[in-house]
Design a protein around this ligand. Structure first.
Ligand code: FES
Length: 112
């Protein structure tokens, strides 16, 4: 259980359907001034930074591989959806954000 006091929670969408996933199971969402990426993998949702930590490509243009990694569209570095770890070993970890499914919708937590 994470310490939720560390996070400021923001409403993202009423439900998964309203996120509008397409064929690649990734969408962008605007939360205030911030743009994040949300991915769906095996019925679970994950949130992470919208720009690749390597050279800033839009992660939403990439895809999710069979192991549950976000694959950058530009140089194909791969990042774990769970913790942002750069599993292909280039050393650029991706920032991830916790998501909470609450009765009134989906929330994302940003560190205070
Ligand atoms: S910009 Fe994403 S791997 Fe280079």
């Amino acid at each position: 259980m994470m310490d939720s006091k560390l996070y400021q929670w923001h409403f993202v969408a009423e439900n998964e359907a309203s996120l509008g996933f397409g064929k690649y199971d990734m969408v962008q969402a605007e939360i205030g001034e911030k743009t994040i990426c949300i991915a769906r993998f095996k019925d679970q949702l994950f949130a992470f930074q919208s720009k690749c930590p390597h050279a800033g490509a839009k992660m939403v243009m990439g895809y999710i591989d069979a192991q549950g990694n976000a694959v950058c569209p530009l140089h194909r570095f791969k990042f774990s959806l769970k913790n942002g770890y750069n599993v292909t070993g280039e050393g650029y970890n991706m920032r991830t954000y916790p998501l909470e499914l609450r009765p009134d919708g989906i929330y994302v937590g940003f560190r205070q």
